[in-house]
Design a binder for this molecule. Structure first.
Ligand code: FES
Length: 203
């Protein structure tokens, strides 16, 4: 079991499918032209600017924010179609636990843009990093009626493609959606709220 835990933890900062560009906020960012992270702010985890333009539908990338892996997932229409069909197997399908997501992502998709999911890739049980299993059914290697999502190999917790936790697993709550704001069609700033920039959230 220790080996499995260590193996899972080593995945922490390894891009699962595609590694995207990420860096501290640049002065040219709209709405934030006068904002500069101080050294102290950087140490505490300044926002991370993620370019996911190379991400194809059905792929995800991993970046680091405040020492945590954050996944950006480009969901396909087929992936989105599953989300409103599996409420009966989920603990909190409507994302009612306030601490698990910002208010502007408290919707069916748990995202600002349905096709782009941003979520912290840390299991809410004891902190392992789950593994993506996007294929549905037996092809996932999980179970025959698997709807697509994430499986935590440490103790068997399961999450759907919106990071919502399944019933009867050790993890108590959905994965955490970090504050974030889109800076364009293929650029997202992780670690800052839409309210801080004046950007309207959709969905
Ligand atoms: S840490 Fe994920 S199931 Fe225990």
């Amino acid at each position: 079991m220790t080996e499995i835990v260590n193996k899972t933890r080593r995945r922490l900062l390894i891009a699962t499918s595609v590694m995207g560009g990420a860096g501290l906020v640049l002065a040219s960012v709209p709405f934030l032209a006068s904002w500069r992270p101080s050294d102290r702010a950087k140490a505490q985890g300044a926002p991370v600017d993620v370019d996911f333009s190379k991400l194809k539908p059905g792929q995800m990338l991993t970046v680091e924010w405040r020492g945590q892996p954050v996944w950006v997932i480009r969901r396909t229409p087929e992936m989105l179609a599953v989300l409103d069909k599996i409420a009966d197997i989920l603990v909190d399908p409507n994302s009612t636990v306030e601490s698990q997501q910002p208010p502007y992502t408290r919707n069916l998709y748990r995202s600002i843009k349905p096709e782009v999911m941003v979520v912290i890739g840390i299991c809410t049980h004891l902190g392992c990093v789950p593994t993506e299993h996007f294929p549905v059914g037996a092809a996932s290697g999980i179970e025959a009626d698997w709807p697509g999502g994430y499986f935590c190999h440490c103790h068997g917790s399961k999450f759907d493609l919106a990071g919502r936790v399944f019933k009867n697993v050790p993890a108590p709550t959905n994965l955490v959606v970090p504050p974030h704001v889109f800076l364009g069609d293929t650029r997202v700033l992780v670690g800052i709220n839409t309210e801080m920039t004046g950007q309207a959230a959709a969905g």
